[in-house]
Design a protein around this ligand. Structure first.
Ligand code: SIN
Length: 298
């Protein structure tokens, strides 16, 4: 049983009238009419949980919530993970990572290159993330979209030669790969202390994982954090990974989220990879992320 289904509201609040409207793409739905500043009763929570499992990313429109309310709602799905870059955690709310391209007085306000490469949040941990919630605070007048790719579809449609190449194999995920090969050219990521390095030792996970709640298989590799396939020569591993990456983000499995003010987006890191589409340096973008811990992939 998942941690989400075990969690329950301390108060049985009144039911809210809301709609779940799936997008036309193979991924995503919007949830309209639900007010996350009010406690959700168990039936409403179960509908949201179901939508999250079915559509993999849900967009809550028109939310006016405090950092604590975002944290409380996120906690109903599981334990929250604290990002290793303490510099970018919201003051008094370390459960919230600030994602932002804003630099004030020479200091970055948040993690400016979060999501620059396709990835699944915290796949470099023994217990990667179940899901993440990203709440818009300040949005640019153009750009700043977030893209989501359906990794169940990627597995279901994977060509036979790639299935054979990866079934039963594992791949290594490394947080510090973000610091190599010019990936940190803009210096968004501060140098890690020995204590921070100890929190992000490399891990390996199955390349094909089974979602613990919906039972479906999904590819679980990404250009963001996967470095190589265990037991294969470097060139062969890289060639297979490149094919997997290209296949994963084919347009039919991708939803592009164009942010509206007061959107909160909640995605499933076990089913999707995601990418920040990019924002021009002269435009300001700031969002608050909570990250929910998941199970060890199997
Ligand atoms: C992230 O990868 O968590 C951030 C995505 C975004 O900024 O659009």
């Amino acid at each position: 049983m998942s941690s989400a289904s075990l969690a329950s509201s301390p108060v049985q609040a009144a039911s809210q009238q809301f709609e779940v409207r799936p997008f036309a793409a193979n991924v995503g739905a919007e949830i309209v009419g639900l007010d996350l500043s009010r406690p959700l009763n168990d039936a409403d929570f179960a509908r949201v949980h179901r939508a999250h499992l079915d559509y993999h990313v849900v967009v809550f429109r028109d939310q006016q919530i405090t950092p604590q309310q975002q944290i409380d709602f996120s906690r109903r799905f599981g334990v929250l993970q604290i990002h290793v870059l303490k510099q970018f955690l919201l003051a008094n709310h370390p459960e919230i990572l600030i994602v932002s391209n804003i630099v004030e007085n020479g200091q970055p306000l948040g993690l400016g290159d979060a999501g620059k490469y396709w990835h699944s949040d915290l796949s470099y941990k023994e217990l990667p993330s179940l899901g993440s919630m990203l709440y818009a605070q300040e949005l640019p007048s153009e750009g700043g979209d977030t893209l989501f790719a359906n990794m169940h579809l990627a597995w279901d449609t994977l060509p036979e030669h790639l299935r054979k190449a990866v079934e039963g194999r594992s791949a290594v995920h490394s947080y510090t790969s973000r610091y190599r090969d010019g990936h940190n050219a803009q210096n968004w990521r501060p140098t890690l202390t020995p204590e921070q390095l100890a929190q992000v030792v490399v891990v390996s996970h199955p390349i094909v994982r089974t979602h613990p709640e919906n039972g479906r298989k999904a590819l679980f590799v990404s250009e963001g954090f996967t470095t190589h396939i265990v037991g294969l020569p470097e060139d062969e591993s890289q060639q297979i990974l490149n094919e997997l990456y290209a296949h994963s983000v084919r347009p039919e499995g991708v939803y592009r989220h164009k942010w509206a003010h007061n959107d909160m987006v909640f995605w499933d890191n076990r089913s999707l990879i995601h990418l920040a589409g990019g924002t021009s340096d002269h435009l300001r973008r700031r969002l608050h992320r909570t990250t929910i811990q998941g199970d060890a992939p199997f």
